[in-house]
Design a protein around this ligand. Structure first.
Ligand SMILES: *C/C=C(C)/C=C/C=C(C)/C=C/C1=C(C)CCCC1(C)C
Length: 242
């Protein structure tokens, strides 16, 4: 095979969502970066981090799109590299909005370590055990890290600090909390769909290739909703409190 131009065939929804994902992440990054000019100083770092999150995703999506198009495979490794960079940055957003109310670096580390734990164990389950029954064990272990983040944001220190902060910060934390509780729950769903013959010994999707494809589509939707959604919540906060 020479170097032919890979094109997206009609009906190839996987490649199409990678393409749309690239565009959406790029557009969001341009928006957040350009809006920095008119963002009050206090919120500039937060909006900058929003732009960095979607920019990192845009670069990965650009790569994952061609990887998927040319190999027909899931870009699992680069998916997790993307998440390992962007999810800790989403944790930084929680720290930044509650910093004025007293959030410590120690609290930021709790969030970051929990997110890395969630992602590394998820990667082990997906990349090494995606075809066997122990994938559900890794998925469950990963969910412990996820549950801890949900708890910190809804009931733990982040929730307490946000409540003691301004009404705008408290409201932003609630919105972000919904993204973490509902938006992030999209990912374990993709994980279950992609686990061929592994989850509780059941095959969710009969064809291994179809299982992989549905997983990628679900992850791509999750990323667009969560990364851009997070950024917009932060952006709205920066406009409410100026
Ligand atoms: C921008 C990317 C984001 C917000 C990615 C979030 C990913 C997760 C919340 C993944 C969670 C998982 C579980 C809770 C169990 C199964 C394995 C994972 C890694 C898919």
């Amino acid at each position: 095979m020479g170097h032919e131009l890979a094109t997206i065939a009609p009906g190839n929804y996987v490649a199409f969502t990678f393409f749309i994902g690239t565009m959406a992440m790029m557009a969001a990054s341009v928006f957040f970066f350009l809006e920095l000019n008119t963002t009050p100083t206090r919120w500039r770092t937060s909006v900058l981090v929003s732009g960095i999150i979607t920019f990192i995703a845009a670069v990965h999506y650009y790569y994952m799109r061609s990887y998927n198009l040319e190999t027909g495979e899931s870009p699992t490794f680069f998916r997790y590299v993307d998440w390992l960079l962007t999810v800790p940055l989403m944790c930084v957003e929680f720290y930044l909005i509650t910093k004025k109310a007293g959030a410590t670096i120690g609290l930021l580390w709790k969030l970051i370590i929990a997110s890395i734990f969630m992602l590394v164990t998820g990667y082990i389950g997906e990349a090494m055990h995606g075809q066997d029954a122990s994938s559900w064990v890794w998925g469950t272990i990963s969910s412990v890290g996820y549950a801890y983040i949900v708890w910190l944001v809804w009931a733990g220190d982040i929730a307490k600090l946000a409540k003691s902060s301004s009404p705008a910060v408290a409201a932003a934390n609630r919105y972000l909390g919904w993204f973490v509780l509902v938006g992030w729950a999209i990912y374990p769903l993709g994980y279950i769909l992609g686990t061929t013959g592994g989850l509780f010994g059941n095959q969710m999707v009969a064809d291994p290739k179809a299982a992989q494809y549905s997983m990628d589509i679900v992850y791509n939707i999750g990323d667009a909703v969560n990364k851009i959604g997070f950024g917009l919540v932060i952006y709205m906060l920066s406009r409410k409190e100026s």
